[in-house]
Design a protein around this ligand. Structure first.
Ligand SMILES: Cc1ncc(COP(=O)(O)O)c(C=O)c1O
Length: 371
Protein backbone atom coordinates (compact mmCIF):
# COMPACT_ATOMS: atom_id res chain seq x y z
CA UNK A 1 0.00 0.00 0.00
CA UNK A 2 1.25 3.47 -0.89
CA UNK A 3 1.24 5.95 1.97
CA UNK A 4 2.49 9.42 1.10
CA UNK A 5 4.20 11.49 3.79
CA UNK A 6 1.55 14.15 3.23
CA UNK A 7 -1.51 14.23 0.97
CA UNK A 8 -2.43 17.83 0.23
CA UNK A 9 -4.73 16.75 -2.60
CA UNK A 10 -6.94 14.92 -0.08
CA UNK A 11 -7.12 18.05 2.05
CA UNK A 12 -7.89 20.22 -0.98
CA UNK A 13 -10.68 17.89 -2.12
CA UNK A 14 -12.37 18.30 1.27
CA UNK A 15 -12.41 22.13 1.19
CA UNK A 16 -12.29 22.88 -2.50
CA UNK A 17 -15.47 24.96 -2.75
CA UNK A 18 -14.68 27.13 0.28
CA UNK A 19 -11.13 27.88 -0.76
CA UNK A 20 -11.93 28.45 -4.42
CA UNK A 21 -14.67 30.95 -3.50
CA UNK A 22 -12.23 32.95 -1.39
CA UNK A 23 -9.56 32.91 -4.08
CA UNK A 24 -12.06 33.79 -6.80
CA UNK A 25 -13.14 36.88 -4.92
CA UNK A 26 -9.53 38.13 -4.78
CA UNK A 27 -9.14 37.46 -8.48
CA UNK A 28 -12.35 39.33 -9.27
CA UNK A 29 -11.25 42.30 -7.12
CA UNK A 30 -7.67 42.27 -8.51
CA UNK A 31 -6.17 43.67 -5.29
CA UNK A 32 -3.24 41.31 -4.93
CA UNK A 33 -1.06 43.42 -2.62
CA UNK A 34 -2.27 44.13 0.93
CA UNK A 35 -5.91 43.45 0.13
CA UNK A 36 -8.46 43.24 2.96
CA UNK A 37 -7.84 39.51 3.41
CA UNK A 38 -4.42 40.28 4.91
CA UNK A 39 -5.67 42.28 7.95
CA UNK A 40 -8.63 39.89 8.26
CA UNK A 41 -6.27 36.94 8.57
CA UNK A 42 -3.95 38.88 10.90
CA UNK A 43 -6.88 39.57 13.20
CA UNK A 44 -8.01 35.94 13.22
CA UNK A 45 -4.53 34.53 13.83
CA UNK A 46 -3.94 37.11 16.58
CA UNK A 47 -7.13 35.91 18.28
CA UNK A 48 -6.19 32.24 17.91
CA UNK A 49 -2.69 32.84 19.28
CA UNK A 50 -3.81 35.32 21.96
CA UNK A 51 -1.43 37.92 20.58
CA UNK A 52 -2.15 41.64 20.58
CA UNK A 53 -0.63 41.99 17.11
CA UNK A 54 -0.15 39.67 14.14
CA UNK A 55 1.86 40.91 11.16
CA UNK A 56 1.71 38.96 7.91
CA UNK A 57 4.93 38.61 5.93
CA UNK A 58 6.37 36.68 3.01
CA UNK A 59 7.53 33.50 4.78
CA UNK A 60 8.29 31.87 8.11
CA UNK A 61 11.90 32.80 7.44
CA UNK A 62 11.04 36.49 7.18
CA UNK A 63 8.85 36.18 10.27
CA UNK A 64 12.11 35.41 12.11
CA UNK A 65 14.24 37.88 10.18
CA UNK A 66 12.11 41.00 10.71
CA UNK A 67 12.08 40.87 14.57
CA UNK A 68 15.80 40.04 14.47
CA UNK A 69 16.38 43.14 12.29
CA UNK A 70 14.37 45.12 14.83
CA UNK A 71 17.01 44.20 17.45
CA UNK A 72 19.61 46.27 15.51
CA UNK A 73 22.32 43.70 16.15
CA UNK A 74 25.97 44.82 16.15
CA UNK A 75 28.80 42.61 14.89
CA UNK A 76 29.58 40.01 17.56
CA UNK A 77 26.12 40.15 19.13
CA UNK A 78 24.95 36.65 19.99
CA UNK A 79 21.60 34.94 19.59
CA UNK A 80 21.11 31.58 21.26
CA UNK A 81 19.42 28.99 19.02
CA UNK A 82 18.89 25.23 19.16
CA UNK A 83 21.07 23.34 16.70
CA UNK A 84 18.41 20.71 15.96
CA UNK A 85 15.97 22.73 13.85
CA UNK A 86 15.24 23.95 10.35
CA UNK A 87 18.00 26.10 8.86
CA UNK A 88 16.01 29.35 8.92
CA UNK A 89 16.19 29.54 12.71
CA UNK A 90 19.91 30.25 12.55
CA UNK A 91 20.28 31.55 8.97
CA UNK A 92 18.14 34.56 9.87
CA UNK A 93 20.37 35.37 12.86
CA UNK A 94 23.34 35.52 10.53
CA UNK A 95 21.43 37.59 7.95
CA UNK A 96 20.37 40.05 10.65
CA UNK A 97 24.04 40.61 11.50
CA UNK A 98 24.24 38.40 14.58
CA UNK A 99 26.22 35.35 15.59
CA UNK A 100 24.25 32.17 16.23
CA UNK A 101 25.23 30.43 19.46
CA UNK A 102 24.10 26.85 19.12
CA UNK A 103 22.83 24.85 22.07
CA UNK A 104 21.71 21.29 22.65
CA UNK A 105 18.26 19.80 23.09
CA UNK A 106 16.28 17.56 25.38
CA UNK A 107 16.55 13.98 24.02
CA UNK A 108 12.93 13.28 24.96
CA UNK A 109 11.07 16.21 23.34
CA UNK A 110 13.77 17.37 20.87
CA UNK A 111 13.25 20.91 22.18
CA UNK A 112 15.87 23.35 23.45
CA UNK A 113 16.51 23.07 27.20
CA UNK A 114 16.51 25.95 29.70
CA UNK A 115 19.74 24.58 31.22
CA UNK A 116 21.52 24.75 27.87
CA UNK A 117 20.25 28.28 27.32
CA UNK A 118 21.41 29.43 30.74
CA UNK A 119 24.88 27.96 30.21
CA UNK A 120 25.22 29.77 26.85
CA UNK A 121 24.34 33.27 28.04
CA UNK A 122 27.19 35.80 27.85
CA UNK A 123 27.32 39.61 28.08
CA UNK A 124 26.87 39.63 24.27
CA UNK A 125 23.59 37.64 24.30
CA UNK A 126 20.96 39.80 22.60
CA UNK A 127 18.16 37.26 22.11
CA UNK A 128 17.13 33.65 22.52
CA UNK A 129 15.20 31.74 19.85
CA UNK A 130 13.12 28.87 21.15
CA UNK A 131 11.79 26.46 18.50
CA UNK A 132 8.59 24.57 19.32
CA UNK A 133 9.78 21.61 17.30
CA UNK A 134 7.47 19.12 15.57
CA UNK A 135 4.42 20.80 17.14
CA UNK A 136 4.96 20.81 20.88
CA UNK A 137 6.02 23.78 22.93
CA UNK A 138 9.31 24.11 24.74
CA UNK A 139 8.99 24.99 28.46
CA UNK A 140 8.45 28.73 27.93
CA UNK A 141 7.88 29.46 31.62
CA UNK A 142 11.36 28.17 32.45
CA UNK A 143 12.98 29.93 29.49
CA UNK A 144 11.31 33.21 30.45
CA UNK A 145 12.40 32.80 34.07
CA UNK A 146 15.98 32.82 32.78
CA UNK A 147 15.58 35.50 30.09
CA UNK A 148 13.31 38.09 31.66
CA UNK A 149 15.41 39.02 34.72
CA UNK A 150 18.34 39.54 32.35
CA UNK A 151 16.27 41.60 29.91
CA UNK A 152 16.92 39.20 27.02
CA UNK A 153 14.08 39.01 24.47
CA UNK A 154 12.79 35.55 23.55
CA UNK A 155 11.60 34.77 20.03
CA UNK A 156 9.37 31.73 19.72
CA UNK A 157 9.84 30.01 16.37
CA UNK A 158 6.36 28.50 16.15
CA UNK A 159 6.62 27.66 12.43
CA UNK A 160 5.67 24.06 13.30
CA UNK A 161 3.38 24.85 16.22
CA UNK A 162 0.46 27.07 15.22
CA UNK A 163 -2.31 26.58 17.79
CA UNK A 164 -0.16 24.42 20.09
CA UNK A 165 -0.52 25.29 23.74
CA UNK A 166 1.01 24.67 27.12
CA UNK A 167 -0.47 24.83 30.59
CA UNK A 168 1.54 27.37 32.57
CA UNK A 169 0.24 27.71 36.12
CA UNK A 170 -3.53 27.58 35.75
CA UNK A 171 -3.63 29.00 32.22
CA UNK A 172 -3.25 27.58 28.73
CA UNK A 173 -0.66 29.67 26.86
CA UNK A 174 -0.48 29.57 23.08
CA UNK A 175 2.63 29.09 20.99
CA UNK A 176 3.85 32.61 20.24
CA UNK A 177 1.89 34.24 23.05
CA UNK A 178 4.42 34.70 25.83
CA UNK A 179 7.64 35.54 23.97
CA UNK A 180 8.75 38.99 22.86
CA UNK A 181 7.88 37.73 19.36
CA UNK A 182 6.36 34.55 17.96
CA UNK A 183 6.75 33.46 14.35
CA UNK A 184 4.60 31.31 12.09
CA UNK A 185 5.14 29.72 8.69
CA UNK A 186 2.39 28.98 6.20
CA UNK A 187 4.62 26.80 4.00
CA UNK A 188 2.19 24.41 2.23
CA UNK A 189 3.09 21.36 4.36
CA UNK A 190 2.49 23.13 7.68
CA UNK A 191 -0.64 22.36 9.75
CA UNK A 192 -2.04 25.59 8.27
CA UNK A 193 -0.46 25.80 4.83
CA UNK A 194 -1.00 28.23 1.98
CA UNK A 195 -0.57 27.74 -1.75
CA UNK A 196 2.95 29.06 -1.58
CA UNK A 197 5.12 30.89 0.92
CA UNK A 198 3.76 32.96 3.77
CA UNK A 199 4.47 33.78 7.38
CA UNK A 200 3.34 35.84 10.36
CA UNK A 201 4.86 37.59 13.35
CA UNK A 202 2.99 37.56 16.67
CA UNK A 203 3.68 39.99 19.48
CA UNK A 204 2.13 41.70 22.49
CA UNK A 205 4.53 44.65 22.01
CA UNK A 206 3.21 47.76 20.24
CA UNK A 207 6.72 48.98 19.38
CA UNK A 208 7.79 45.69 17.79
CA UNK A 209 4.54 45.48 15.82
CA UNK A 210 5.03 48.96 14.46
CA UNK A 211 8.68 48.33 13.59
CA UNK A 212 8.08 45.01 11.80
CA UNK A 213 5.09 46.46 9.90
CA UNK A 214 7.44 49.14 8.68
CA UNK A 215 10.32 46.79 7.91
CA UNK A 216 8.09 44.61 5.71
CA UNK A 217 7.26 47.70 3.58
CA UNK A 218 10.77 48.94 2.80
CA UNK A 219 10.97 50.74 6.13
CA UNK A 220 8.26 53.26 5.46
CA UNK A 221 4.81 53.94 6.82
CA UNK A 222 3.92 56.30 3.99
CA UNK A 223 4.47 55.27 0.37
CA UNK A 224 7.78 56.55 -1.04
CA UNK A 225 8.91 57.85 2.38
CA UNK A 226 11.45 55.63 4.14
CA UNK A 227 12.43 56.05 7.79
CA UNK A 228 14.87 53.16 7.56
CA UNK A 229 15.93 50.52 5.06
CA UNK A 230 13.56 47.58 5.19
CA UNK A 231 12.55 45.05 2.60
CA UNK A 232 9.57 43.77 0.64
CA UNK A 233 8.06 41.07 2.80
CA UNK A 234 4.29 41.24 2.53
CA UNK A 235 1.89 38.35 2.79
CA UNK A 236 0.16 37.93 -0.58
CA UNK A 237 -3.55 38.68 -0.59
CA UNK A 238 -4.13 35.39 -2.45
CA UNK A 239 -2.29 33.45 0.25
CA UNK A 240 -4.28 35.23 2.96
CA UNK A 241 -7.50 34.24 1.15
CA UNK A 242 -6.45 30.57 1.01
CA UNK A 243 -5.46 30.63 4.68
CA UNK A 244 -8.74 32.30 5.71
CA UNK A 245 -10.64 29.49 4.01
CA UNK A 246 -8.53 26.85 5.74
CA UNK A 247 -8.33 28.38 9.21
CA UNK A 248 -11.80 27.19 10.39
CA UNK A 249 -10.56 23.61 9.88
CA UNK A 250 -7.24 23.97 11.67
CA UNK A 251 -8.42 22.85 15.11
CA UNK A 252 -10.05 19.70 13.73
CA UNK A 253 -7.04 18.93 11.55
CA UNK A 254 -4.67 19.23 14.50
CA UNK A 255 -7.03 17.12 16.65
CA UNK A 256 -7.05 14.48 13.90
CA UNK A 257 -3.25 14.50 13.85
CA UNK A 258 -3.27 13.92 17.63
CA UNK A 259 -5.63 10.98 17.19
CA UNK A 260 -3.40 9.50 14.48
CA UNK A 261 -0.38 9.97 16.72
CA UNK A 262 -2.05 8.09 19.59
CA UNK A 263 -2.97 5.30 17.17
CA UNK A 264 0.66 4.98 16.01
CA UNK A 265 1.98 5.00 19.55
CA UNK A 266 -0.44 2.23 20.57
CA UNK A 267 0.52 0.13 17.56
CA UNK A 268 4.26 0.69 18.09
CA UNK A 269 4.05 -0.54 21.69
CA UNK A 270 4.83 -4.00 20.35
CA UNK A 271 7.88 -2.84 18.36
CA UNK A 272 10.53 -2.54 21.03
CA UNK A 273 13.22 -1.15 18.72
CA UNK A 274 11.46 2.19 18.24
CA UNK A 275 11.03 5.07 20.66
CA UNK A 276 7.74 6.85 20.09
CA UNK A 277 7.30 10.62 20.59
CA UNK A 278 6.87 11.85 24.15
CA UNK A 279 4.37 14.55 24.93
CA UNK A 280 5.28 16.75 27.87
CA UNK A 281 2.21 16.44 30.16
CA UNK A 282 1.87 20.26 30.23
CA UNK A 283 1.57 20.39 26.43
CA UNK A 284 -1.11 20.02 23.83
CA UNK A 285 0.91 18.80 20.84
CA UNK A 286 -0.29 19.56 17.31
CA UNK A 287 1.82 16.78 15.75
CA UNK A 288 3.15 18.69 12.80
CA UNK A 289 5.46 15.68 12.69
CA UNK A 290 5.25 12.23 14.26
CA UNK A 291 8.92 11.47 14.84
CA UNK A 292 10.39 8.20 16.05
CA UNK A 293 13.88 7.53 17.34
CA UNK A 294 15.20 4.33 15.83
CA UNK A 295 18.41 2.34 15.42
CA UNK A 296 19.74 1.82 11.87
CA UNK A 297 17.67 4.82 10.76
CA UNK A 298 19.09 5.18 7.25
CA UNK A 299 18.43 1.53 6.44
CA UNK A 300 14.89 1.85 7.79
CA UNK A 301 14.39 4.89 5.57
CA UNK A 302 15.39 2.90 2.48
CA UNK A 303 13.22 -0.05 3.54
CA UNK A 304 10.15 2.17 4.01
CA UNK A 305 10.66 3.97 0.71
CA UNK A 306 10.95 0.61 -1.07
CA UNK A 307 7.62 -0.38 0.49
CA UNK A 308 5.93 2.84 -0.72
CA UNK A 309 5.80 4.39 2.73
CA UNK A 310 6.48 8.13 2.82
CA UNK A 311 8.96 9.17 5.48
CA UNK A 312 11.53 11.89 6.01
CA UNK A 313 14.47 12.83 8.16
CA UNK A 314 14.11 16.10 10.04
CA UNK A 315 17.04 16.88 10.35
CA UNK A 316 20.00 14.91 8.98
CA UNK A 317 22.73 17.45 9.92
CA UNK A 318 22.66 19.70 12.97
CA UNK A 319 23.13 23.38 12.23
CA UNK A 320 26.39 23.77 14.17
CA UNK A 321 27.97 21.28 11.73
CA UNK A 322 26.67 22.91 8.52
CA UNK A 323 29.51 23.95 6.22
CA UNK A 324 28.26 27.55 6.13
CA UNK A 325 28.76 27.82 9.90
CA UNK A 326 32.23 26.24 9.87
CA UNK A 327 33.70 29.66 10.74
CA UNK A 328 32.03 29.44 14.15
CA UNK A 329 34.40 26.61 15.11
CA UNK A 330 32.02 23.88 16.27
CA UNK A 331 33.21 20.27 15.87
CA UNK A 332 31.45 16.90 15.79
CA UNK A 333 30.76 16.02 19.42
CA UNK A 334 30.16 19.68 20.44
CA UNK A 335 26.41 19.14 20.91
CA UNK A 336 26.00 15.38 21.28
CA UNK A 337 22.27 15.08 22.04
CA UNK A 338 21.39 16.87 18.81
CA UNK A 339 23.97 14.92 16.85
CA UNK A 340 22.43 11.66 18.11
CA UNK A 341 18.99 12.91 17.08
CA UNK A 342 20.22 13.61 13.54
CA UNK A 343 21.23 9.94 13.30
CA UNK A 344 18.09 8.47 14.86
CA UNK A 345 15.03 10.60 14.02
CA UNK A 346 12.55 9.59 11.34
CA UNK A 347 9.15 11.16 10.69
CA UNK A 348 6.11 9.21 9.49
CA UNK A 349 2.86 10.22 7.74
CA UNK A 350 0.54 11.84 10.31
CA UNK A 351 -1.67 14.09 8.18
CA UNK A 352 -5.37 14.28 9.09
CA UNK A 353 -6.56 12.16 6.17
CA UNK A 354 -4.21 9.20 6.68
CA UNK A 355 -6.44 6.13 7.14
CA UNK A 356 -6.26 3.39 9.79
CA UNK A 357 -5.30 0.93 7.04
CA UNK A 358 -2.49 3.19 5.92
CA UNK A 359 -1.28 3.54 9.50
CA UNK A 360 -1.34 -0.26 9.83
CA UNK A 361 0.76 -0.51 6.67
CA UNK A 362 3.29 1.96 8.08
CA UNK A 363 3.56 0.11 11.39
CA UNK A 364 3.78 -3.30 9.68
CA UNK A 365 6.58 -2.05 7.45
CA UNK A 366 8.55 -0.75 10.45
CA UNK A 367 7.91 -3.96 12.41
CA UNK A 368 9.01 -6.12 9.49
CA UNK A 369 12.30 -4.24 9.34
CA UNK A 370 13.14 -4.99 12.95
CA UNK A 371 12.01 -8.64 13.04
C1 LIG B 1 11.25 25.54 12.67
C2 LIG B 1 11.10 26.33 11.41
N1 LIG B 1 11.51 27.61 11.40
C3 LIG B 1 11.39 28.37 10.30
C4 LIG B 1 10.84 27.88 9.14
C5 LIG B 1 10.82 28.76 7.93
O1 LIG B 1 9.58 28.88 7.35
P1 LIG B 1 9.41 29.15 5.78
O2 LIG B 1 9.73 27.88 5.07
O3 LIG B 1 7.97 29.54 5.66
O4 LIG B 1 10.33 30.26 5.40
C6 LIG B 1 10.36 26.56 9.11
C7 LIG B 1 9.70 26.00 7.93
O5 LIG B 1 10.06 25.45 7.03
C8 LIG B 1 10.52 25.76 10.27
O6 LIG B 1 10.13 24.48 10.28
Amino acid sequence: MNVPLLDLRAQHASIRDAVMARVQSVIDRQQFIMGPEVPELEEQIARLSRAKHAIGCASGTDALLLPLLALDLEPGDEVIVPTFTFFATAGTVHNAGGRPVFVDIDPVTFNITPEAIEAAITPRTRAIIVVHLFGQMAPMERVLAIAEPRGIPVIEDAAQAIGARRRIGETWRMAGETGWAGTLSFFPSKNLGGWGDGGMILTQQDALAERTRRLRLHGGTRQYHHDEVGTNSRLDTLQAAVLLAKLPFLAQWSAARRTKAVAYTERFASVSAVTTPSVDPANEHIFHQYTLRVPRRDQLLEHLKARGIGCAVYYPLALHLQPCFGFLGYRPGSLPVSEAATAEAISLPVYPEVSAEQQDAVVDAVRDFYT
